[in-house]
Design a protein around this ligand. Structure first.
Ligand SMILES: NC(=O)c1ccc[n+]([C@@H]2O[C@H](COP(=O)([O-])OP(=O)(O)OC[C@H]3O[C@@H](n4cnc5c(N)ncnc54)[C@H](OP(=O)(O)O)[C@@H]3O)[C@@H](O)[C@H]2O)c1
Length: 327
């Protein structure tokens, strides 16, 4: 499988990364045997980036990933986890809470360090609830992350680029973090190009130009808009029963309806199916280092691996995909 440089970390990560989140819930709600088979198969397919977080199943995802990797005798892979500070955390407690969160993650994963430690909170100009102010991220959070890096508990540090666009630009431009998890998909390609007419989602205003200037590694999230890019509203019983869109549209149903317009690409022979078209659209952007996909079954993992093996979409198909998604 193709590997791409994860920005200034100089790590080489597989273009398809393994999402251990709760949306495609295999690593949270699957059986232990199936989880172990899935991680072994992912590694066999060439996947070397595994993304988890304490929030995924309240620690279950980290525990299960740790167990599956131990069963494989700790293969040489890149592990990223995160921490979401509780709503309205008092500024003076940020360092202590992030340290405790990473220590708990390491215990669940059965490791003494992770490759990547990322902030899971959304970011805005002003903090409210669990959204953090950009000033706080660039000051207390950054310093706490740097201390954890110096202690050897995390090799690299990153953010989740979810929140207000201007605040995300500010944090990226500050070059304080090594990586960013960026929403980029055919229903919302604004992080990587101009906004589309009549597009309902958030305008990320070419965030990927800025991550490139800052030499940050980019971890693509929401490649399938949480599953809506399958074109169907049906959810697998292992996956999350209801999924809220991030940046793409007003509802999962609206995203799925818009996804069905992309059937034209399949009919014209550009891709074998909607999932393949959507995943190849994401990896066609050079700034995407690794693209996470959430899966409920090993079959979905196989389909994602076949999609990335088919490579980037040709320019004409990319233009058509954008036009179809814009409507
Ligand atoms: N930092 C953050 O805040 C953040 C946010 C979101 C995601 N992430 C990361 O990104 C990963 C991916 O999650 P995501 O939310 O972005 O979701 P996603 O990958 O856009 O969509 C996952 C969903 O796609 C569906 N799917 C996958 N393959 C399919 C196939 N072959 N046919 C039909 N449906 C298919 C599954 O639906 P069914 O379950 O119904 O089969 C699955 O639940 C997470 O695990 C997490 O690691 C991080």
């Amino acid at each position: 499988m193709e590997r791409r440089r994860l920005g200034r970390t100089e790590l080489m990560t597989s273009v398809l990364g393994y999402g251990c989140g709760a949306v495609g819930g295999l690593m949270v709600r699957g059986t232990a045997a199936e989880q172990e088979r899935a991680i072994a198969r992912a590694i066999e397919l060439g996947i070397n980036y595994f993304d988890t977080a304490p929030l995924y199943g309240d620690g279950e995802s980290e525990r299960n990933l740790g167990r599956a990797l131990a069963a494989l005798r700790h293969p040489d892979v890149v592990i990223g986890t995160k921490s979401r500070l509780p709503a309205d955390t008092a500024p003076g407690r940020i360092g202590e809470l992030l340290t405790a969160s990473l220590d708990d993650s390491l215990r669940r994963l059965g490791r003494d360090h992770v490759d990547l430690f990322q902030l899971h909170n959304s970011i805005a100009a002003a903090g409210t609830g669990s959204t953090l102010a950009a000033d706080v991220v660039l000051d207390e959070v950054r310093h706490a992350f740097e201390r954890l890096r110096q202690q050897g508990k995390a090799r690299f540090i990153g953010i989740t680029a979810v929140g207000e666009t201007a605040a995300l630009h500010r944090v990226v431009d500050a070059r304080a973090f090594d990586t960013a998890q960026v929403v980029y998909n055919v229903l919302n390609p604004t992080a990587g190009g101009p906004p589309l007419d009549s597009m309902p989602g958030q305008d990320y205003d070419r965030l990927l130009d800025r991550t490139r200037q800052a030499d940050m590694g980019v971890i693509g999230i929401r490649a399938l808009a949480g599953g809506a890019l399958s074109g169907s509203e049906a959810r697998h019983p292992v996956g999350l029963p209801t999924v809220e869109p991030i940046g793409s549209g007003p509802s999962y149903a609206a995203d799925a309806a818009r996804a069905r317009r992309l059937e034209a690409l399949v009919k014209e022979g550009h891709a074998a199916g909607l999932i393949e078209a959507a995943l190849r659209f994401v990896i066609s952007h050079a700034a995407i280092s690794t693209m996470l996909v959430g899966t409920s079954t090993i079959e979905e993992l196989e389909i994602a691996a076949r999609a990335v093996a088919a490579g980037r979409l040709p320019p004409a198909a990319l233009a058509q995909a954008r036009a179809l998604a814009a409507g």
